[in-house]
Design a binder for this molecule. Structure first.
Ligand code: ZN
Length: 339
């Protein structure tokens, strides 16, 4: 066991405080990661507040981890000391079911092990990336390509994969009209990815307050959902809508914006149930779907995709990608444990 500095919420709704936690000793297939950046995800807030139900305390949030390998177990073959790596929302699964074998570890039938607020297969609670180090099995670590800055890579590990997976699954690309509901952490990443995939992208946001940001991120259109005219103007026009909203949505109204056979995919998780009338689905053979993060192979595919687009942007003279979400690599300094 190694004692490392971390930020933890000691109890539900309590502010995070600087403390120490124990990380397990590096086992045969483990890598020790020196954490450089950890994204701040809305899930962190939901769990500290127990908005989705009871959580495990003390709670160390953080499942958008980017860092550098500083030690490897004797059986590790995929990574070496010095490699740039990431860890997302899961750190293990049982690896026996069809889902695990298909690279959909997040849907492990016995339950994937969450990066924090989870119980590992060894029965110990898991602690997330608001810490100086983490120990993870190499099969749940992804490689961050050289072309991708670590701070920009971190948010891809939850927000990125959460939006990339449904955009890919439902065919976002050239000739497709895609709407992203909400321009928060998930939404802004979703807009960038949908744009990079070649789709025509619209943002559906409560107001026009973030319109300039949305257009800069790659949106072609921006609509205010507080304006009832929006729902007339874009009725029946989208192939795909990805909803990132964390507040309850009038699903019937949003389903009316789909083309025949179009899909509305929900990736946001409001704390209250949402209802809709089945006629909103039946007319036009609409699809209402969900999507939960992505497996390890899909997450690696996303990082490689981002690196390709980052280098394409650089060669076209655009500035290098930067995360616009808050990340911090300063846990050591903030915790007063030196650097
Ligand atoms: Zn997250």
């Amino acid at each position: 066991m190694t004692t490392v500095a971390a930020y933890a919420a000691p109890a539900p709704k309590a502010p995070l405080e600087c403390t120490t936690i124990e990380r397990r000793a590096v086992r045969e297939f483990d890598v020790l990661i020196d954490i450089k950046f950890a994204g701040i995800c809305h899930t962190d807030l939901h769990l500290v507040r127990e908005g989705w139900g009871e959580a495990i305390f003390p709670l160390v949030p953080g499942h958008e981890i980017a860092g550098v390998v500083s030690e490897v177990g004797p059986g590790v073959t995929k990574y070496q000391v010095g490699d740039r790596v990431g860890v997302g929302c899961i750190v293990d699964s049982y690896r026996e079911c069809d889902n695990c074998k298909a690279g959909q570890e997040q849907h492990c039938v016995r339950g994937a092990v969450q990066t924090y607020n989870g119980i590992g297969r060894d029965g110990e609670p898991t602690y997330g990336g608001y810490a100086t180090h983490v120990v993870v099995d190499e099969n749940f670590v992804v490689r961050i390509p050289d072309g991708l800055p670590l701070d920009a890579a971190a948010p891809m590990l939850c927000a990125g994969i959460t939006t990339y997976a449904p955009l890919k699954q439902w065919g976002a690309g050239p000739g497709k009209k895609v709407a992203v509901v909400g321009l928060g952490g998930l939404g802004h990443v979703g807009v960038k990815i949908a744009h990079a995939l070649g789709a025509e992208v619209a943002v559906l946001s409560q107001s026009l307050r973030k319109k300039d940001d949305g257009l800069k991120l790659g949106a072609d259109h921006y609509y205010a959902t507080s304006d009832p005219k929006t729902f007339e103007e874009v009725a029946g026009s989208f192939d795909l809508i990805v909803s990132t909203a964390s507040a309850p949505l009038d699903l019937s109204a949003y389903l009316s914006l789909l083309k025949t056979g179009g899909a509305l995919v929900n990736v946001g998780v409001p704390e209250e149930p949402i209802t809709f009338h089945p006629f909103a689905l039946i007319g036009g053979n609409k699809i209402l779907a969900g999507s939960m993060i992505g497996g390890i192979p899909k997450t690696q595919e996303l990082l490689d995709f981002c690196a390709e687009h980052a280098s394409a942007r650089r060669s076209s003279g655009s500035p290098p990608p930067r995360s616009t979400r808050r990340t911090s690599g300063c846990w050591r300094a903030m915790c007063g444990t030196g650097s």
